[in-house]
Design a protein around this ligand. Structure first.
Ligand code: ADP
Ligand code: 5GP
Length: 185
C-alpha cells in the first residue's frame, strides 16, 4: 500500500470533458475527494459557490495569493484559478487520495512542489471533437472559445510531460480508468 499514489492531478484542454468525467466519478464514488478551486471566473448557469468553485473577486484572489493560501495558481484564458492549500494537505495527511482538476501550468507547479504526484492527461479523441465539445457546451462567447482553443493547442503539445494519458471517448470508461489509477477500491 505504501506505493499508492495519493495525489492525482487531472489536466487536459478546455472542453475535453474533465468536469464531466470527475462528476461521473463522484456520482459513482462519492467518497472520492476533489479539491474545490478558487476562481475569478463568473459562475456558469447551474454552478454553485463552494461546489464547482469558490467564486471570488480579484481582490479576494489577491489576498489568497498574498497569504500563501494557495498550493498553486495560474491565469487561464483571462481568469485566475487556484487550489486552496490547507484542505489538500489535511486530506493527504489523513492518508486519503486527493484529486485535483487543474490546467497545465498548475500541473507543472504541482509536479515541482510535490514530485510524488501522479499527473494524468485527458485527451480528446480528435481535434475536431474537442472543438465540437467546447462549442457545443454553449457556455462561452466565440472570443472566449478562441482563447481556450489557443490554450488547448499548447496543452495538447505538453501531453508527454504527463505520467499517463486517458482518451475521453467514453465518460464511463475514462472514469473507471482514472479510479484504477487512484487505486481506490
Ligand atoms: P472541461 O471540464 O474539460 O472543460 P466539460 O466536462 O465541460 O469539459 O465537457 C465539455 C463538453 O463535452 C460538455 O458539453 C460535455 O457534455 C461534453 N463531453 C464530455 N465528455 C464527453 C464524451 N466522452 N463524449 C461526448 N461528449 C462529452
Ligand atoms: P473552467 O473555466 O472551464 O472551469 O476551467 C478552465 C481551466 O482552469 C481548466 O483547464 C481547469 O482545469 C483549470 N483550473 C480549474 N481550477 C484550477 C486551479 O485551481 N488551478 C489551476 N492551475 N487551474 C485550474
Amino acid at each position: 500500500m505504501s506505493e499508492r499514489p495519493r495525489l492525482t492531478v487531472l489536466s487536459g484542454p478546455s472542453g475535453v470533458g474533465k468536469s464531466t468525467v470527475v462528476a461521473h466519478l463522484r456520482k459513482v464514488h462519492p467518497e472520492i475527494w476533489l479539491s474545490v478551486s478558487a476562481t475569478t471566473r463568473r459562475p456558469r448557469p447551474g454552478e454553485q459557490h463552494g461546489v464547482q468553485y469558490f467564486f471570488v473577486d480579484d481582490e479576494e484572489f489577491d489576498k489568497l495569493v498574498a497569504n500563501g493560501e494557495l498550493l498553486e495558481w495560474a491565469e487561464f484564458a483571462g481568469n485566475r484559478y487556484g487550489t486552496p492549500r490547507r484542505a489538500v494537505l489535511e486530506r493527504l495527511e489523513a492518508g486519503e487520495p486527493v484529486l485535483l482538476e487543474i490546467d497545465l501550468q498548475g500541473a507543472r507547479l504541482v509536479r515541482g512542489s510535490m514530485p510524488e504526484a501522479q499527473l494524468v492527461f485527458l485527451a480528446p479523441p480528435s481535434w475536431d471533437e474537442l472543438v465540437r465539445r467546447l462549442t457545443g457546451r454553449g457556455t462561452e462567447s466565440p472570443e472566449v472559445i478562441e482563447r481556450r482553443l489557443a490554450a488547448a493547442r499548447v496543452e495538447l503539445a505538453a501531453e508527454s510531460e504527463f505520467d499517463v494519458t486517458l482518451v475521453n471517448t467514453s465518460v464511463e470508461d475514462v472514469s473507471r480508468e482514472l479510479l484504477a489509477l487512484m487505486k481506490v477500491s
